[in-house]
Design a protein around this ligand. Sequence first.
Ligand code: ADP
Length: 286
Amino acid sequence: MTAQTIDGTAVARKVREDVAKGVEELVARGGTAPGLATVLIGDDPASEVYVRNKRKLSVAAGMQDLHRHLPGDVDQATAAALIDELAADPAVSGILLQLPTPKHLDSEALLARIPAEKDVDGLTTVNAGLLAQGRPGLRPCTPSGVMVLLDEYDVPLKGAEAVVVGRSVLVGKPMAQLLLERHATVTICHSRTRDLAEVCRRADVLVVAAGIPGLVAADAVKPGAVVIDVGIHRTDDGLRGDVDTAAVAEVAGKITPVPGGVGPMTIAMLLANTLAAAKAQQGLED
Ligand code: ADP
């Protein structure tokens, strides 16, 4: 069997087009275009690239680019004051603190200052709690992007066996909760899991977010399973995921490529969250 490729680039484009339409409608109804405040501290080249893409695509969707840059040696109080200023600014619909921040800063304390309704990355304790309780809130971009991919490719979730590899706050944990919300039977694997391959082989839907290149091989995949690879690693052979894609594609039913799978969805969902945040703040929800 050769798996169908899940085209994240195409789905992400569609999501961004829908967001752009939503922004036009919001403005037509008398609202203000959403403003996205990306906050970059320091000059990490990878972070600069990520932030530049987020800004570019938010502008392409008709949003206001309210980017702020702080020097890498900024102190905690100054960084906190910037977050507070953005929190109070009605033009700012969403605040995105680019992680990781320089080591001398307490990024959790900075994140905690972002009001839940402007937390477009879905990373604050309040939004994590709302998700855990199954109440509406802003959801983390990467796992919500995975949910959109699963829906676009008509992957049945109700009663399905879903296995999530990884339990990070950013991906694994919220991913499991989103799958649970859709009535999948969810198992979470991590570094202490006994016989990872055996557990993964149960999965109808296998989501891998462990941050280990090639962790999941073909023997960990049930024939016909849907395999979602959240990992991304720069290697000598180019970008690679947490899944041995070439071998697993011979077994799986559907699979995301790296790059071009989950990656592009993350920014698309950031834009969707920013639009939703703006609508809620302006009292113009559908
Ligand atoms: P991400 O950015 O994708 O969320 P992190 O590096 O923050 O990834 O976290 C990696 C996650 O993967 C952790 O939750 C950890 O428990 C999990 N993990 C690490 N090693 C393994 C392993 N060998 N098998 C399964 N899960 C693992």
